[in-house]
Ligand binder design. Structure first.
Ligand code: ZN
Length: 202
């Protein structure tokens, strides 16, 4: 398969806690196969991760599973914060952008993340622009929070041609997931199946 030049796949928060841990997203395992299939079709793959301090502002003792009321999840250095073993080997060595590291601030968008690349701390946006990326595919978890925020920043702030891959994302809640799809579409984000994305050459 030829790789689509100028296209990057952003793999959002495919971490243990969102797959099987404290904040497991329903049906999350279903996204692994389409993500793996797309990986060989794009020029660049980058990962984001939620990477919180133990006293992060979003944590609640009585979590409501809505914005600002989550169970403890993805604490930096713990197993829950690691990329799930189903994907970690495939993406070994891919640049990893960490977000949510400030104890007092929530960060859903991967574009709020930074990574150490060749000894220098860079933002996700700069990393992609520096590599002449023009088109972005977004996959991962969860559709109604971090996928949505990443997709909207991708098109609104960075002007990337942005597609969310429907079968490679899952949401926390069906209602907010439906609303998220509308919000993303309103911003000009495409939502397409991985089959369509691969067929049209991404
Ligand atoms: Zn979080």
């Amino acid at each position: 398969m030829t790789r689509a030049l100028g296209t990057a796949m952003i793999v959002v928060d495919m971490q243990y806690d969102f797959m099987d841990g404290t904040l497991a997203v329903p049906d999350a395992h279903a996204v692994v196969e389409p993500i793996a299939a797309l990986a060989s079709a794009v020029e660049h793959v980058v990962l984001t991760r939620d990477y919180h301090p133990a006293d992060h502002v979003s944590f609640s003792d009585n979590p409501q599973f809505v914005d600002k009321s989550w169970p403890v999840h993805c604490v930096g250095g713990t197993e829950g914060a690691m990329i799930h073993p189903m994907l970690s080997r495939l993406f070994d060595g891919a640049p990893m952008f960490s977000k949510g590291t400030d104890p007092n601030a929530e960060a859903y968008s991967g574009f709020e993340g930074t990574s150490l690349v060749d000894g220098e701390r860079v933002t996700l946006g700069d990393y992609l622009h520096d590599r002449n990326v023009t088109r972005v595919l977004i996959v991962g978890l969860a559709t109604d929070y971090c996928v949505k925020a990443t997709a909207i920043d991708s098109i609104s702030i960075h002007d990337f041609d942005t597609t969310v891959i429907a079968d490679a994302v899952r949401g926390v809640n069906p209602v907010t997931t439906l609303i998220a799809a509308g919000e993303m579409t309103d911003h000009g984000v495409w939502i397409a199946s991985s089959e369509t994305a691969l067929r049209v050459g991404i």
